[in-house]
Design a protein around this ligand. Structure first.
Ligand SMILES: [Zn+2]
Length: 129
């Protein structure tokens, strides 16, 4: 059996569409369609889809030490942590944070948790001599 864990953020699409600067790129991205496809494919392949709360600060949280920035303008493409001095691509930092959440959230079903296959008892009829 093959399975995977995919993590996506539940982006506040309507909120972003209200921001005219972001509206076009969000609409182009088609987040709703992307999410719908992810849900469909996850069910099809039996993989887990974890949708992270839209209020989780994936971009503002340091993927190394966990410190959270007060603000991070979209123009800042490099994440720099004042606490541990980590310098990393902004999107990569967010992706690492989401991966961590995915690992912590994913539920694995142990093999021994599944229902045992009922044994069909062999009926041996004594042979009459
Ligand atoms: Zn840090």
């Amino acid at each position: 059996m093959q399975y995977a864990i995919n993590v996506i953020e539940d982006l506040n699409v309507s909120g972003m569409l209200a921001n005219h600067k972001l509206a076009k790129s969000i609409a182009d991205m088609g987040f709703y369609e992307f999410r719908r496809q992810m849900e469909y494919k996850s069910e099809l392949y039996g993989s887990q889809l974890i949708i992270v709360d839209r209020f989780y600060p994936s971009s503002k949280t340091c993927s190394n030490c966990g410190a959270i920035k007060d603000s991070l303008p979209l123009s800042e493409r490099v994440f720099y942590c004042e606490h541990c001095h980590l310098k990393i691509d902004r999107d990569l930092n967010a992706a690492i944070n989401l991966e961590k959440i995915g690992r912590a959230t994913a539920k694995f079903t142990p093999v021994d948790k599944s229902e045992p296959t009922p044994l069909v008892e062999a009926v041996v009829k004594p042979t009459q001599a």
